[in-house]
Design a protein around this ligand. Structure first.
Ligand code: SF4
Ligand code: SF4
Length: 116
């Protein structure tokens, strides 16, 4: 089959694209905008946390760690699948999902909160 060199619809689209804003953003150098259905990242109101460990038990990705004696709650954000199961099962309702982008990361990073 002979290939068509002149493809009118494609040229029309290419020309139109020259005058339109880009469809993508230069994340992470430019801020990312997420729609309403984007769940976001987990935040913990550590003052309200009782370190019961329910979120640890309910997290399917195993990325939360709680040390009750040290009043420490930690999350490995690189492994979180944003399912919100921890939020749903927290008895103190101190976990929530915030509609912001997780920081760009190249390696595993654990964030710890301590109720001092
Ligand atoms: S389930 Fe809620 S109260 Fe319990 S340890 Fe997790 S964040 Fe804290
Ligand atoms: S959102 Fe899901 S994967 Fe992320 S910490 Fe909570 S339970 Fe674990």
């Amino acid at each position: 089959m002979r290939r068509r060199f002149f493809n009118a619809p494609m040229i029309k689209t290419a020309l139109r694209s020259l005058f339109k804003a880009p469809a993508t953003v230069k994340f992470p150098t430019a801020p990312m905008e997420y729609g309403e259905i984007y769940r976001g990242i987990i935040e913990n109101d550590i003052e309200a946390c009782i370190f019961c460990g329910m979120c640890v038990k309910k997290c399917p990705a195993g990325v939360i760690d709680v040390i009750r004696d040290e009043k420490t709650w930690s999350i490995d954000r690189s492994g979180c699948i944003q399912c919100a199961n921890c939020v749903t099962n927290c008895p103190k309702k101190c976990l929530k999902m915030v509609n912001v982008a997780p920081a760009a990361m190249t390696e595993q990073s654990v964030e710890s909160l301590v109720n001092a």
